[in-house]
Design a protein around this ligand. Sequence first.
Ligand code: PLP
Ligand code: LYS
Length: 415
Amino acid sequence: MQAFTLQDGRLCAEAVPLEDIAEQVGTPTYVYSKAAIESAWRGFDQALGDHPHQVCYAVKANSNLAVLQLLARLGSGFDIVSGGELERVLAAGGDPRRVVFSGVGKTADEMRRALEVGIRCFNVESTAELSRLNRVAGELRLTAPVSLRVNPDVDARTHPYISTGLRENKFGIDIREAEAIYRQAANAAHLSVEGVDFHIGSQLTDLSPIADALERVLALVDRLAAEGITIRHLDVGGGLGIRYRDETPPAAEDYARVLLDGLQGRDLELLMEPGRAVVGNAGVLITRVQYLKDGSEQRFAVVDAAMNDLLRPSLYDGWHAITPVRPRADTDTLPWDIVGPVCETGDFLGKQRELALAEGDLLAVHSAGAYGFVMASNYNTRPRPAEVLVAGGCHHLVREREPLRALWRGEHLLD
Ligand SMILES: Cc1ncc(COP(=O)(O)O)c(C=O)c1O
Ligand SMILES: N[C@@H](CCCC[NH3+])C(=O)O
């Protein structure tokens, strides 16, 4: 699926040239393709065929309201990790009965709200959380649907900051303790055991750790069944990778095949929580070259986007393709470090990129649809960028650039 294409030397999101968007909305701006998001989501949904399933898009990857709205209209469920994400899903028209709530630190207030709106399931990550949820549900005279997020202790072989399924990670319940905690859940007055879930990490490019985790978790499901504790759904989390540079992540069909084969006929509804794989390659960040610093040692292209707008290169050494929106032939191709205006040496979007550049050129930073805007901050008192959704040959401003005065809203001077 190719969301952004070069036509007559112009990089277009579907039929809309990025230059027009930059002209009208300014830079830096995130641009997403509706068609690309929908096709990626449908890829997961269709890969699971007629096996009972629900794709619960992981809101953390990109929580723009218009993005959530178009997924809700496709019938997507949502994986949330905070009360804020829940409110976004509701504001975008998402169905609370298709929401699963993950995360290690759910507060009593967040639990209350999720119970009141009737979410599908709480993915519980500790015994302390289980007790709190039982108490909060009891106070509301409700029953909380639960799944235990088990930590299967498999190495997802991804960046250590985004690996979550090893015993030393803070996530989930040690699989060796899970049976005892399921017994506790099954006996709790205000909990109803519905499922089991795991999520071993993000940007996975190999299916074998997922197959290993699946096998361990299904063995747990069988042991629980023998004790009379019935698990109705299996939530396999998210984590499927995308191509940033030269990775070859598995296709949704191959992923689904591993899951369906792994079930070996067990009667379990499948839930999945893909984030990056739905939106990652459906977005670019457009930015303009402000200055060229052509030194003897190093060449820097200072652009108007920075680490506060796209943190992945600085935080994980994440590699994103950077291409000129209108390639030029009138200057030499040279190795440039593409850096932002933020006062940090780690503020870069790419290093040693072979590009022919001039001041004022528009660049596209690719694969920026996931963990892009959502990780943006106001560091250096910079407004967060605008967001645009391209749909049906038109572009829609779906989030305005933050006005400067909003940057000190809620702050108070002393008398
Ligand atoms: C519990 C859970 N589900 C789903 C996701 C989505 O992951 P990804 O964007 O890698 O698909 C994450 C983030 O890694 C997560 O922590
Ligand atoms: N923010 C990370 C992914 C985190 C996944 C969340 N559990 C990234 O950009 O790659």
